[in-house]
Design a protein around this ligand. Structure first.
Ligand code: URP
Ligand code: ZN
Length: 467
């Protein structure tokens, strides 16, 4: 055996039991009450939980965006992710206008491959949906990229897709069993509201939220769902921030449509009140922070399974870059740093506050994203034959969040000073112990591109692919 993890409480989305886990050649090869076979390395997990590695299916590393570049590249970002118990990330290959989309993907992989410490994949984000892009879809699927993201906003940034673009991608996606996700905000309405507020001198941070009222998100979600239903395609809503958005998804699922959604820690932990303080710009992201009622509905949507995933939308900018928007929120690059902290935060405020149990924690952070995006059973569980991506989690260890104590390449933490109980202490990626008790030990480039696959059958529950 290369590695044995001994004496931990194993927690998957479906089971909790005490067992030893044996690893050979990067795979889980034995799960037993006691493993007596000799091993090159033993990790003692007595008194700890052993989770499957977390999957963050929404990160933005080294993203040039709104006059800045997100602070974490594939090296610092995946290193920080691993310190927080994440063993797989999905970033984006965002097409430049006019670019061959296969080139977009190859370029993004060329950036990621030499740097990444953990396994990764990419959502393909077309911004120029022409016949070549549609024709490339089968090739992208063959490469192991069955998920797409279209932006229903960001006109100025050149990312927006029009209604017809989205519909055409949904139709092609259906043919090849892919999933299509959206950033759902109605650009045309929010731009007019921003313009109106700015004309009245209303450019303080709170107007970032007020210019993007809840219906701006919910209307786009509803529109996207309609087309996905017509196209017969799987549909995914990135960073749901509003109660109305969650209810649109609940209604679609109640109709039996294969519609899925995520929310992010920013919306679960902060409200728009943050925009009223002097550090308001540090919390500017899109969609914006909402009210306490929206927040409560999002927690319940996670509890009830209306939203299946918590991803981070990790997109960190430095404090000085964020504070450019002190007097005018339009000058702040949008995004928050979160990739390292989500497991700790959801354990503390989800499990310890009684909102859901440990298995549900694993479902929303590992199993569900692995199934929805086509990585199961290689990732997202602890089973014979699965990759040995594992997290040893100490439920007693306490930590005070601070930028200095975390590993993300950003000079502030939105969670600064927050006290939590329960932390990852060992992170194992394909059998390699890459993080142990505060020490990170791995070479950049050891992470691998994960080829993903989605089955033909569509259901509302995240159903595993039988490959
Ligand atoms: O504000 C955000 N969310 N920045 C990252 C880009 C995006 O919209 O996902
Ligand atoms: Zn994002």
């Amino acid at each position: 055996m290369d590695l044995v993890i001994k004496g931990g409480k194993v927690i998957t989305a479906s089971d909790t039991y005490k067992a030893d886990i044996g690893v050979r050649d990067g795979k889980i090869v034995m799960i037993a009450d006691k493993i007596e076979e000799p091993a090159k390395r033993v990790v003692d997990a007595t008194g700890k939980y052993v989770f499957p590695g977390m999957i963050d299916s929404h990160v933005h590393f080294e993203l040039p965006f709104q006059g800045a570049v997100s602070g974490d590249d594939f090296a610092t970002g995946t290193r920080a992710a691993a310190c927080g118990g994440v063993t797989t990330v999905i970033d984006f290959a965002i097409q430049a206008k006019g670019e061959d989309i296969l080139e977009t993907v190859k370029k993004r992989m060329a950036s990621a491959d030499p740097k990444t410490y953990i396994d990764y994949s990419l959502h393909v984000a077309p911004t120029d949906v022409n016949k070549d892009v549609l024709a490339a879809i089968p090739e992208l699927i063959k490469m192991g990229l069955p998920s797409f993201k279209l932006f229903m906003t960001y006109r100025k940034e050149g990312l927006i897709s029009e209604d017809g673009d989205l519909f055409m991608v949904l139709r092609e996606a259906r043919k090849y069993n892919a999933i299509v996700g959206v950033h759902a905000e109605n650009a045309y309405v929010l731009e007019r509201l921003i313009e109106q507020f700015a004309g009245e001198g209303k450019t303080q941070c709170i107007y970032h939220a007020l210019s993007r009222p809840n219906f701006v998100e919910a209307e786009c979600i509803s529109r996207g769902i309609k087309w996905a239903e017509e196209a017969g395609s799987r549909f995914y809503v990135f960073h749901v921030s509003t109660k109305e958005g969650a209810w649109e998804i609940a209604a679609a699922r109640a109709k039996g449509l294969p519609v899925f959604g995520e929310t992010c820690p920013s919306y679960l932990f902060f409200t728009e009140e943050k925009y009223k303080g002097e550090n308001g710009p540090l919390y500017v992201l899109t969609p914006p922070l909402r009210t306490a009622l929206d927040q409560e509905v999002l927690w319940r949507s996670i509890q009830m399974g209306t939203l299946q995933v918590v991803s981070t939308d990790h997109c960190p900018f430095q404090k000085a870059e964020k504070m450019r928007g002190k007097d005018d929120f339009r000058n702040t690059p949008n995004g928050l740093p979160c990739v390292e902290t989500t497991l700790m935060l959801l354990h503390n405020d989800g499990v310890l506050k009684g909102r859901f149990d440990l298995q549900h924690l694993v479902a929303v952070l590992s199993y569900n994203p692995s199934v929805i995006f086509g990585m199961y059973p290689r990732k997202g569980t602890i089973a014979i034959g699965s990759d040995a991506d594992l997290v040893v989690f100490d439920p007693e260890k306490e930590f005070t969040m601070s930028a200095a104590a975390l590993h993300m390449n950003v000079d502030y933490s939105p969670f600064e000073g927050k006290r939590i109980k329960g932390m990852p202490v060992v992170t194992i990626s394909r059998g390699d112990v890459i993080y142990e008790n505060g020490e990170f030990k791995a070479e950049p480039g050891r992470g691998k591109f994960v080829k993903r696959y989605l089955p033909e059958a569509l259901t509302t529950s995240p159903e595993p692919a039988v490959v």
